[in-house]
Write a protein that binds this ligand. Structure first.
Ligand SMILES: C[S@@+](CC[C@H](N)C(=O)[O-])C[C@H]1O[C@@H](n2cnc3c(N)ncnc32)[C@H](O)[C@@H]1O
Length: 342
């Protein structure tokens, strides 16, 4: 009886998880070879695809068929073509391209994840010598795909954010750590009476100028260069902290929230979004794994629960108004500063 029960218990889930990186690596290699741009427009038969992609016949068929099985390519009698989702998000000519994440995974995240055991044992990040996340801005070729990948994620959040907050009550906002202004551009395009400022590190300004000019909002979104630990934030009705708080420990997080509170106009608000963990800490596996990503990449950061976010906002003086899942992977919280507050 006992033996039967054991036999029925398959090791497949454990083995599938063990090999889950095969799929990640296949995607990374396909992005590196630019498979999805090259196969976006028309299907190519196997041999033509081998030539176009510069890949050897020995692995080509299995590689391309594996991408079919992963729903990233379609295959019919005329050959292989990028699937609908790959044409939208992995064709590098599209504004929605997220392949920059795959390259960031290859060069930055995967080597660090290989050191997860050390990080868990010691509590120390495993950032390679030569720099952290934001040092990459020195090299435009490294920075642009990273910024593009962030934008592909925040574009979806931005679209939802335009409807989640009653923006007509407000006249100004600051996107704190707003990178090259993608979210700010979506807000001012939807609400022409809103004035927006991006507050970010000085080295991001050239990327900001390039992007807001391309989006046609250079006259409506300004840039304030600064460091949110050293410089006061611009005064505004609403401040936005998107994918910022998870990067820091308690002291820095408190400092950022206090600084936002000080520069928020009474009656104004704060928007926070991050890949928050569910309050039971058991359902959102990718958020919990994302928290380990923060262990690996930052000095004191971690993902946090919605309850913690509410507590921190209240401690800073804000009143929580609403929380909603956004963009497929994040949770967004909106809180207000009391009108009578100074
Ligand atoms: C993970 S990105 C988030 C970008 C954007 N908010 C989003 O949701 O996609 C963090 C941003 O914070 C900026 N940043 C990091 N440290 C900063 C600091 N000390 N002062 C101001 N900006 C900072 C980075 O340059 C980057 O643009």
């Amino acid at each position: 009886m006992h033996a039967d029960k054991t036999a029925a218990l398959s090791p497949a889930p454990v083995l599938q998880l063990t090999m889950a990186f095969y799929g990640s690596q296949a995607l990374v290699s396909a992005v590196e070879l630019d498979v999805f741009t090259q196969l976006a427009d028309e299907p190519l038969p196997l041999e033509e695809a081998e030539r176009a992609l510069g890949i050897d016949p020995r692995g080509a068929r299995d590689f391309l068929d594996a991408l079919v099985a992963l729903d990233l390519l379609d295959r019919d009698e005329s050959g292989y073509r990028s699937s609908t989702v790959a044409r939208r998000y992995l064709d590098r000519r599209e504004p929605t391209y997220v392949g920059g994440y795959a390259m960031m995974a290859k060069h930055y995240l995967m080597p660090m994840w290989g050191k997860l055991t050390d990080a868990v044992r010691t509590g120390a990040p495993q950032v390679p010598t030569g720099g952290g996340f934001f040092d990459g801005y020195q090299d435009p070729n490294a920075a642009r795909p990273f910024l593009g990948a962030m934008d592909a994620v925040n574009a979806q959040v931005s679209r939802e954010l335009t409807e989640l907050v009653d923006w007509e009550r407000y006249t100004s906002f600051v996107d704190v750590g707003g990178a090259r202004g993608n979210l700010a551009a979506t807000l001012v395009n939807r609400y022409p009476d809103l004035g927006g400022t991006v507050f970010d590190l000085p080295q991001i300004e050239p990327f900001f100028q390039e992007h807001v000019e391309a989006l046609g909002v250079a006259d409506r979104v300004g840039f304030r260069a600064g460091d949110f630990f050293d410089d006061p934030l611009p005064q505004a009705d609403v401040h936005i902290l998107g994918h910022i708080l998870h990067y820091y420990g308690a002291k820095e997080r408190r400092q950022i929230l206090e600084s936002v509170y000080e520069s928020a106009n009474p009656g104004g608000g704060i928007v926070v979004y991050d890949r928050m963990i569910d309050d039971e800490r058991s359902e959102r596996a990718l958020s919990l794994l994302g928290s380990l990503n923060m262990l690996l990449t930052s000095d004191g950061g971690r993902e946090y629960t919605l309850g913690e976010c509410h507590d921190w906002l209240r401690e800073a003086g804000f009143e929580v108004q609403m929380s909603e899942p956004v963009g497929g992977m994040d949770v967004l919280v909106f809180a207000t500063k009391p009108s009578a507050a100074s």
